[in-house]
Write a protein that binds this ligand. Structure first.
Ligand SMILES: [Zn+2]
Length: 60
């Protein structure tokens, strides 16, 4: 709950992708969405996430 309140004060945060080291921004809505469902914030940028999802599908 404390975490959510802190997030409420900021508009967006910068996250560094652990795969390509690119810094991407996550807006409040995304952060809230992750905290609402109890997921940790992603450590990969949207591009790497999309790429991984695509690869995963191809392998299945
Ligand atoms: Zn990336």
């Amino acid at each position: 709950m404390k975490k959510t309140r802190e997030i409420g004060r900021i508009a967006a945060i910068s996250v560094k992708c652990k795969i390509c080291n690119k810094v991407f921004a996550m807006n409040r809505r995304e952060i809230m969405w992750y905290s609402n469902i109890g997921y940790p914030l992603p450590k990969r940028c949207p591009e790497c996430r999309r790429k991984k999802r695509k690869e995963g599908k191809e392998h299945v």
